[in-house]
Design a protein around this ligand. Structure first.
Ligand code: AMP
Length: 330
């Protein structure tokens, strides 16, 4: 689907010698014409045309590579019902999108998570309020008491009742991009990023007094992604965390084949180097986009520029060559 990380996925397929195609909503096709990485561009007026498109994809024996926008545009129900070949485990989407299930999975994996407060009255430290489905962090706010919570909530979001109250962790955000292949049975760290967010990343450019005077509230709308390389001594722990999440996913009820392919742990690292994980994305994340030509980590492992998009294509290619395609389809 033409958005999110499609350029990277298309180039990755081409670099592995596979034919590719991209489906674009009208208005997006210019991107895929300008950067010539697609063999074919199909343009649609709306995603409601999906059923017809799916038949076409099946006829062509296409394998769908899901990314963040794919799942959010089509919705988990339509994704579940899809008959076309699909890379990844569909059942894992439910574990990822349900906040309680996701938390259960991460806790079982032995990860450190920010505390969650059931009721605003329990707030006893800085917390971040996240509305469900808040597009890319828009509308989040930070408060440190029940009183402050109700003040902001009633004034700005009186009708929103689906939110989580999460301990605000002061530290450096780090998004770790993993890849686990059921074919090689190896967990890889592909790359890492931090997000470039508006206005969280610009608020520090204004004096604190001016922020107060202008009544500016922090928001976390994602604008882009910035590459990060982590201190080397943290790598063993990051590998263990990824390994645990994969291992536990195989034992989760109704999680099919468990987690494989690309995924991302979203973490905040404190000054004491505690690693808090606040979310998992069970698919390719847009934070891999700065690494179309590979990352410092993939440069150490591969003799060709290896993006996450290309790694997916290679997994598919190796599965086909070994007659194990079924193992990587959801
Ligand atoms: P999310 O939409 O959950 O990926 O989060 C959007 C932004 O909020 C990111 O910049 C995170 O670093 C920040 N954030 C999310 N949860 C927390 C937390 N518990 N403590 C501190 N910052 C957070």
């Amino acid at each position: 689907m033409g958005s999110h990380s499609a350029l990277q996925i298309l180039k990755g397929a081409r670099d592995e010698g596979m034919r590719n195609l991209v489906i674009c909503k009208k208005g997006m096709e210019r991107v895929y014409k300008t950067y010539p990485v697609a063999d074919e561009i199909i343009t649609v007026d709306s995603w409601d045309e999906w059923e017809g498109l799916e038949k076409e994809l099946m006829k062509r024996k296409a394998i769908i590579i899901p990314h963040g926008s794919f799942v959010s545009y089509l919705g988990p129900e339509r994704v579940k019902k899809m008959k076309a070949m699909y890379y990844g485990t569909k059942e894992i989407l439910e574990w990822e999108s349900d906040r309680d299930m996701e938390r259960q999975w991460l806790l079982k994996s032995g990860l450190l998570l920010p505390k969650v407060f059931e009721r605003p009255e329990d707030i006893d430290r800085p917390v971040i309020i996240k509305f469900h489905g808040a597009g890319g962090g828009f509308g989040y706010f930070v408060v440190k008491s029940a009183e402050q919570f109700y003040e902001v909530k009633n004034r700005k979001y009186p009708d929103e009742n689906d939110f989580v109250i999460q301990e605000y962790i002061v530290g450096a955000p780090l998004y770790i991009h993993y890849f686990y292949s059921p074919i090689t049975r190896e967990l890889e760290i592909m790359s890492m990023d931090k997000r470039y967010e508006s206005n969280a990343d610009s608020i520090g450019r204004i004096r604190a007094e001016d922020q107060l005077a202008a009544n500016i509230h922090t928001s976390y709308t994602i604008v882009g992604n910035i590459p990060v390389v982590v201190r080397e001594s943290l790598l063993p722990q990051l590998f263990t965390m990824g390994q645990q999440v994969v291992k536990v996913s195989k034992r989760l009820p109704r999680a099919g084949k468990g987690l494989f392919g690309p995924f991302c742990l979203e973490a905040i690292i404190t000054r004491k180097l505690e690693i808090y994980v606040f979310e998992i994305s069970a698919r390719i994340v847009a934070g891999t986009n700065p690494f179309i030509e590979g990352s410092p980590y993939t440069a150490l492992k591969y003799d060709v520029p290896m993006s996450t998009g290309r790694r997916i294509a290679r997994d598919i290619k190796q599965a086909i060559e070994k007659g194990r395609l079924k193992e990587i389809l959801g």
